[in-house]
Design a binder for this molecule. Structure first.
Ligand code: CP
Ligand code: NVA
Length: 314
């Protein structure tokens, strides 16, 4: 496996290896501090980022390398140079490329034309690196035996809901996305892929359209912003109305398991997708989750560059 373009590229063995190494990096951040010595990693983003950018830059530095951050408007790509040519050029200078942008097809094209590892740092469809941090946080909370547990995402059927379902399926988990029907439900093609993966992994994938039944006896309630980067402001009012029943409230948390936790990829909007008392309360693990963005990206870079991941075809 050369790239991480989509969550579904990962096998369960890959995820287990990545999480084991990330857990090591959490304890000993400088364990492999010459892996990228005298090397560079390009980080190209056409959307804003706090966590992914800073954790990626820190991860490269912890591996002994130098990150080169490039904003969307800074490359000749914006003036008509092709994605394929850009991929070849970056491959000549850097050891990996981390990219955040809109179209998944652009990331796929970069991966196909670059000879170095390309990592998807969020597209409109997927956010694989976030899910590595999420699953390390889940493993820290509940251990490796997750049988009988239910992991529930509530809100927009967006990139995060897709990654949640696919990663849960890979891990053999019972995963749920509770979303409105219609425009803000997850992409049915993604749901189909998740269900296919779950058939082999022993997982269970459900898409529900009611929050209370989804939350009942859950181990995790997870949510994301209601307005994603690139969403049209003209749809805000209608979207907020449709998503309001899926807000994570204290009442919803009270339906979950005793040892349940609240998770959020961040950034958060308190009073919209989550009540302040939940995200700032005792069940919230958002800071540990955010911390693991660095440990998991460090692990991902380390193993991709070493060629240690087997990948999975879905
Ligand atoms: N969770 C996440 O990807 O955050 P940023 O947009 O700040 O990178
Ligand atoms: N769904 C959000 C995730 C941010 C990390 C977005 O795409 O903006």
């Amino acid at each position: 496996m050369k790239d991480l373009l989509r969550t579904q590229d990962l096998s369960r063995a890959d995820v287990e290896l990545l999480l084991d190494t990330a857990a090591d990096f959490a304890k000993n951040p400088l364990r492999s501090n010459t892996a990228l010595a005298n090397k560079t990693v390009a980080i190209y983003m056409t959307k804003p980022s706090t966590r992914t950018r800073l954790s990626s830059e820190s991860a490269v530095a912890h591996l002994g390398g130098t990150p080169i951050f490039i904003r969307g408007d800074e490359l000749q790509l914006g003036r008509g140079e092709t994605i394929a040519d850009t991929a070849r050029i970056i491959s000549g200078y850097c050891s990996a490329l981390i990219i955040r942008t809109f179209a998944q097809s652009d990331v796929d094209e970069l991966g196909a034309n670059a000879s170095i590892p390309v990592i998807n740092a969020l597209t409109d469809d997927d956010h694989p690196t976030q899910l590595l941090a999420d699953w390390l946080t889940i493993r820290e909370q509940f251990g490796k035996d997750i049988s009988g547990r239910k992991f529930v995402y509530l809100g927009d059927g967006n990139n995060m809901s897709h990654s949640w379902l696919i990663m849960g399926a890979i891990m053999g988990a019972h995963v749920v996305a509770a979303t409105p029907t219609g425009a803000w439900a997850p992409d049915p093609d993604v749901v189909k892929i998740a269900q296919e993966i779950a058939k082999n992994s022993g997982g269970k994938v459900e898409v529900l359209h009611e929050a209370e039944s989804a939350a009942k006896d859950a181990s995790v309630l997870y949510t994301d912003v209601w307005m994603s980067m690139g969403d049209s402001e003209s749809e805000r009012e209608e979207k907020v109305l449709a998503l309001s029943p899926f807000a994570v409230t204290e009442n919803l948390m009270s339906l979950t398991q005793k040892d349940s936790v609240f998770m959020h990829c961040l950034p958060a909007h308190r009073g919209e997708e989550v009540e302040a008392s939940v995200i700032d309360g005792t069940k919230s693990v958002i800071w540990r989750e955010a911390f693991h963005r660095r440990t998991t990206i460090q692990s991902l870079l380390y193993h991709l560059i070493n060629g240690d991941l087997q990948g999975s075809k879905h």
